[in-house]
Design a protein around this ligand. Structure first.
Ligand SMILES: Cc1cc2nc3c(=O)[nH]c(=O)nc-3n(C[C@H](O)[C@H](O)[C@H](O)COP(=O)(O)OP(=O)(O)OC[C@H]3O[C@@H](n4cnc5c(N)ncnc54)[C@H](O)[C@@H]3O)c2cc1C
Length: 478
């Protein structure tokens, strides 16, 4: 055990610890709400610990920067509530367990990916062994995955009725966070973690100081630099949401798939980092359309019957709630969600039957990564992702399908897609990433007319893009 663990506080001085990981926000954060409530009930102070690990998956400078921009703003909001935020560099499990002897209880938010679940399970086990109560609170899905369904769902069509039947109960607007009754004297918590690797938010004078310290200490890949128009943080997410509601929501249903226009909300990076909650987004959309939560199930179910704002509201909530929570269902119930084995059997069988079909083009990772294929639309999509950190949704589908078509081995195509997606998309390494990639291979889809290379897995081509959209407008954006 490291030396600082011996610095156990008096029982009277124990704290409520909220280990913040997935829900990197102050607003609409049920884990934070619970921690404040517990601290006030027990008349104890509380502390929030945020750990920054090195070398997380494909995460690189653009992801860390976006995350730190958001964390800075969250720290400022927590200051108003007088809740101290301790930012620590290093391995999460070890950092949480080092603080555990000082805790009357530990609250954690929720994560659906393997590493997030393993970390939570290990921390819970350690705390149980120490007799410290530990609570995991749903902060990602609007309805917790296991409440919706006890199994991996076949497709949106099978998840939707289950989710919609209970959704209104979960669309409750939380009350704003209350002030802490007892605040923590930072001096009592000094040196619990090594000074070099941790900073109290209050000790940092500005975002640059946080960036210099955290980014300077970490050794992750810094070759993928910034250059995007996306800035992290709750206020930027709200600003984007407001602009979306006022300027684009009306036409979302008809135009959000068109890559030549900009009718998506662009909220996925902020949702991915938990800088804004899907529940808060839902409430803002409902209030803009004058709708009550009880109307949502029928609206989504009968979305084809509506037009204008209502059709768009239905279409947007279908994506934000049904599709997003289908991704969580996939990652929660399928332990192989990030491997080729997760592809449904019918799709693997038909793809493998066509594995030796002649391919007109074959490209290496370098050609793909450098957007140097023969296809200007594919190249533009890759450039959009590399330059901005976010590719248009429709182009993500086309991009993935073409990687399958232009790669000799299916498994190579699968992992190459994951590599490029998680390296360049700001919203990468998300349940939506693994589900989107698996979708390109037939997951959550049905068999279509048989074709070369794809068999009965859905196929996409450039002529289809040109028929549906103004692709010159998309190319002009690159
Ligand atoms: C190959 C491939 C890779 C993908 N990789 C990612 C990824 O790394 N991260 C990611 O968040 N999404 C991914 N998606 C899903 C989808 O493309 C994005 O969620 C969407 O483009 C985000 O843009 P937006 O916020 O402007 O979407 P909007 O259309 O404004 O939708 C609002 C929100 O709804 C959710 N949503 C929208 N479309 C989908 C979908 N198809 N599946 C699940 N949820 C959805 C997202 O949370 C999104 O932010 C991928 C899809 C494919 C086909």
């Amino acid at each position: 055990m490291p030396e600082m663990n011996k610095k156990k506080m008096n029982t009277d001085d124990r704290i409520i610890l909220y280990w913040m990981q997935a829900a990197q926000r102050e607003s609409h954060n049920p884990a934070l709400e619970m921690a404040i409530r517990k601290a006030n009930e027990l008349s104890l102070p509380m502390l929030i610990l945020f750990c920054i690990e090195d070398h997380e998956n494909e995460a690189n400078l653009r992801h860390y920067q976006f995350m730190l921009e958001g964390l800075w703003e969250t720290g400022l909001s927590l200051q108003i509530l007088r809740i101290p935020l301790l930012i620590a560099l290093g391995e999460t499990e070890s950092l949480v367990t080092q603080l555990a002897p000082n805790c009357a209880a530990v609250i954690m938010d929720r994560g659906y990916l393997r590493e997030q679940r393993v970390a939570r399970a290990n921390i819970r086990k350690h705390l149980e062994d120490e007799g410290i109560p530990c609570f995991e609170v749903e902060t990602e899905a609007i309805v917790p995955v296991e409440v919706v369904s006890s199994k991996e769902e076949y497709a949106a069509a099978t998840l939707r009725p289950k989710l919609l039947s209970i959704l209104p109960e979960y669309l409750i607007n939380p009350t704003p966070n209350t002030q802490l009754q007892r605040s923590l004297k930072i001096s009592t918590m000094q040196n619990l973690l090594p000074e070099k690797d941790s900073r109290y938010f209050d000790e940092l004078s500005n975002l640059e100081e946080l960036m210099d310290w955290a980014l300077g200490e970490l050794t992750f890949d810094k070759s993928v630099t910034w250059g995007s128009c996306f800035r992290g943080g709750y206020s930027e997410a709200l600003r984007r949401l407001d602009t979306f509601v006022s300027d684009r929501l009306l036409n979302y249903a008809t135009l959000h798939s068109d890559p030549g226009t900009d009718y998506q909300s662009d909220l996925s990076p902020w949702l991915h980092f938990g800088q804004i909650s899907a529940l808060e987004v839902t409430h803002r959309i409902l209030s803009a359309c004058g709708l009550e939560p009880a109307q949502v199930p029928s609206l989504i179910k009968h979305k084809a019957d509506y037009y204008g704002n209502l059709a768009s509201c239905a279409s947007f909530l279908e994506e934000l709630i049904v599709r997003r929570e289908l991704s969580m269902n996939f990652c929660f119930y399928n332990p192989e969600y990030d491997s080729y084995a997760a592809i449904p059997l019918w799709a693997r069988k038909t793809l493998e039957e066509h594995a030796t079909d002649e391919r007109a083009y074959l490209y290496s990772t370098d050609i793909f990564e450098n957007a140097a294929t023969h296809d200007p639309y594919w190249n533009a999509a890759q450039i959009e992702m590399v330059k901005t950190g976010k590719m248009h949704n429709y182009m993500r589908m086309y991009w993935g399908k073409k990687i399958i078509e232009w790669t000799l081995h299916l498994e190579v195509a699968f992992y190459l897609m994951q590599y490029l997606n998680d390296r360049y998309e700001l919203d990468g390494c998300d349940p939506n990433s693994y589900t989107g990639i698996a979708w390109c291979f037939g997951k959550h889809d049905r068999p279509w007319k048989t074709r070369p290379i794809f068999g009965s897995v859905r196929y996409m081509n450039a002529a289809g893009l040109e028929r549906k959209f103004d692709m010159q407008a998309y190319l002009a954006k690159a």
